[in-house]
Design a protein around this ligand. Structure first.
Ligand SMILES: C[S@@+](CC[C@H](N)C(=O)[O-])C[C@H]1O[C@@H](n2cnc3c(N)ncnc32)[C@H](O)[C@@H]1O
Length: 310
């Protein structure tokens, strides 16, 4: 499979109406990716702050947007300048878990709207050299941020059978038990270091399984989630969100897996009991038929929105 030219941004066409983008609106896009959501906000005249932990994603996003939007790209650890109050687009090269300290360090205002579109982009998953995909044979890496110390191959080498079982269960892999067992047996003979080795092993264990998706889909997803600390990052981010928003401001989170959506829902419920946020809908918003026609990947996308009430 070749990588898409540009990531298909879920709910992009609904964003302006949902958030009420207009000139002067201050928008925080915590997951820049290929820049679809940021672009929508910039086109509506918003001031935008975009985070991404992946330097390659930042370069791509800048390339996709019209040259009339020129960002100031900031490495928070080394930046010492002043941010002008009328900035139009800032890109922050950082993990979104650092958002509060970055906002404080740069003296940024509170936000009218925040978006987190979780997980890697379609481009990151399918691009060669990243080790996310079973469709190219390469080292099993999967780190979005090269500063992370542990790759997917490292996890397969060191986790014990019980830990591998727990890991595969994170992505609802029904064959988690036999897979954990065979990986532990197999790695004694030959370490599992490449995407093809792992995909072949999973396909062998699941040869009688039925389904429309590739048999290794859930195993690859589970490894990606753990390598990139995705669940931990969501928890760490969520606790910071209410204090970043203006009163009446909106947080939106797009997730692609039921486990992630559950975390977001639990957080919104907790914030509601504390009287800090109010969920906009009980059920998450799902992609329109039009979106599904354009991108099948969005079939599992869920958008939850909540408003800051105090
Ligand atoms: C699904 S893509 C976002 C796509 C984007 N909304 C668009 O319209 O093109 C997610 C992006 O978030 C980045 N990302 C994932 N986890 C992150 C984190 N903890 N901190 C900062 N960026 C992160 C990824 O590198 C990726 O570029």
């Amino acid at each position: 499979m070749t990588p898409p030219d540009r990531h298909f941004s879920a709910f992009k066409n609904e964003l302006t109406a949902l958030y009420g983008f207009k000139p002067g609106f201050v928008f925080l896009d915590l997951t820049l990716g290929d820049g679809g959501h940021t672009e929508e906000a910039l086109l509506a005249g918003c001031q935008v702050v975009s985070f991404d932990v992946d330097s390659a994603a930042i370069e791509r996003a800048i390339g996709f947007l019209s040259p009339r939007f020129t960002p100031l790209v900031i490495d928070p650890e080394t930046f010492t300048g002043q941010i002008p109050a009328n900035f139009s687009w800032l890109i922050i090269r950082s993990n979104f878990t650092q958002v509060t300290s970055v906002v404080q360090k740069l003296g940024l205002p509170k936000f009218d709207g925040i978006m987190a579109d979780l997980g890697p982009s379609q481009y990151q998953v399918l691009a060669p050299g990243r080790g996310f995909s079973f469709s190219v044979d390469e080292p099993l890496d999967m780190r979005l941020d090269k500063a992370l110390g542990v790759t997917a191959a490292d996890l397969l080498a060191v986790l014990n059978e019980g830990e591998l079982f727990d890991l595969f269960t994170l992505a609802d892999e029904p064959f988690a038990k036999p897979l954990a067992r065979i990986i532990v047996q197999q790695r004694q003979k030959n370490p599992i270091k490449t995407t093809k080795q792992l995909a072949d092993l999973v396909s062998r264990v699941k040869r009688h399984a039925s389904g429309k998706i590739h048999p290794a889909t859930q195993v690859f997803m589970a490894l990606r989630m753990v390598v990139n600390l995705e669940r931990e990052n969501i928890r760490e981010l969520m606790s910071q969100v209410p204090d970043l928003l203006k009163k009446g401001g909106l947080i939106g989170v797009i997730s692609f897996h039921s486990g992630e959506d559950k975390l977001v829902k639990e957080f919104f419920t907790l914030m509601e009991t504390e009287g800090r946020l109010s969920a906009i809908n009980n059920k998450p918003i799902e992609p329109s038929d039009r979106e599904l026609l354009i991108s099948q990947r969005t079939r599992s996308a869920k958008l939850r929105l909540a408003k800051k009430i105090i």
